[in-house]
Design a binder for this molecule. Structure first.
Ligand code: NAD
Length: 285
């Protein structure tokens, strides 16, 4: 069994982004800028935003966080986005999800300028991904594809079972795999007999948020397991959706949690923001 080391690869990608920032700065005098909207006091969201901010600092981005109270109005968030869309120092805009109940999240995401949509959540970019065109791709599934490529794992013709069908993880994961010529099945909460599907898979990619959802008897010998889930166990430790202790001996490759997909997500955010800055600069000149 080989561990898919997302931490090591993310550091390599960060180094590359840092070089790209220096190159852009020497050529244009400006550095990539990322704006983050953080609404409310959710500790997990605040922790993610903090990690993203630190990563931006490490690679030399300009970054700004718009912190807003839980009871913020739709209009106030929309005004902030309009402002960031116009700001030439901002190349990427990230709305930390979930937003509070009174906010229409779809409307907010649709307001982000698609050329600054570094999370790839705008329907324009979702459509480009679905049709196999270049655009911004959601960071987590993009990170998974980079990790597979790093270990020379070609998904072409492989049976891939994606468990979880959210707009952020499962659906774009499935689209990327399909674009890379995998045979893709998508399972979700209403899937009957999940085991029947996972047992048939050469690669299982699970992002659900249920501890130990994927157990030893659901995995075929030699399968590749990508655990996208992040859960807090009763003992306080971070764990994924896979019963790692019992599954890992059966796999050919597996991602650890933490240290697998998580760091790749942040690395891809940096990489998408650098890409946005490079394109925006080209279009301005
Ligand atoms: P979500 O709640 O939006 O979607 C969960 C999906 O899982 C849904 O499609 C649902 O149908 C499915 N599901 C729920 N219970 C199931 C079950 N018992 N069997 C099969 N399918 C089931 O969640 P999300 O935002 O997509 O996040 C999913 C997980 O991925 C969470 O643990 C989250 O923390 C993690 N996540 C990790 C990263 C990362 O960087 N590694 C990034 C985003 C999300």
């Amino acid at each position: 069994m080989t561990l898919l080391d997302g931490k090591a690869l993310s550091q390599k990608i960060e180094t590359g982004v840092g070089i790209g920032v220096k190159e852009l700065k020497s050529r244009t005098g400006s550095v990539p800028g990322l704006a983050v909207v953080l609404v409310g006091q959710d500790p997990a969201s605040a922790a993610y935003v903090n990690m993203k901010k630190k990563a931006c600092d490490r690679v030399g981005f300009y970054s700004v966080t718009h912190e807003m109270p839980e009871d913020i109005s739709q209009e106030a968030i929309e005004n902030t986005i309009v402002m960031m869309n116009k700001n030439p120092n901002i190349d990427g805009i990230l709305i930390q999800l979930p937003l509070p109940k009174q906010i229409d999240t779809t409307k907010i995401l649709e307001l982000v300028d698609p050329s600054k949509d570094v999370d790839g959540f705008h329907p324009y970019n979702v459509g480009r991904l679905a049709t196999g065109l270049d655009g911004f791709v959601p960071c987590t599934p993009l990170g998974v594809m980079e990790l597979l490529a790093e270990y020379n794992i070609d998904v072409k013709g492989k049976n891939c079972c994606v468990v979880g069908a959210s707009n952020i993880v499962g659906k774009p994961m499935a689209a990327l795999l399909l674009n890379a010529n995998a045979t893709v099945e998508i399972c979700h909460i209403f899937t009957d007999d999940l085991k029947k599907h996972t047992l048939n898979a050469d690669i299982i990619l699970v992002g659900v948020g249920v501890i130990n959802l994927i157990k030893e008897d659901m995995v075929k010998e030699g399968a590749i397991i990508i655990d996208i889930g992040i859960n807090r166990a009763d003992n306080g430790k971070l764990v994924g959706d896979v019963d790692y202790a019992n599954v890992n001996a059966k796999c050919s490759y597996i991602t650890p949690v933490p240290g697998g997909v998580g760091p790749m997500t942040i690395a891809m955010l940096l990489s998408n923001t650098l890409k946005a800055a490079q394109i925006n600069y080209k279009e301005k000149n």
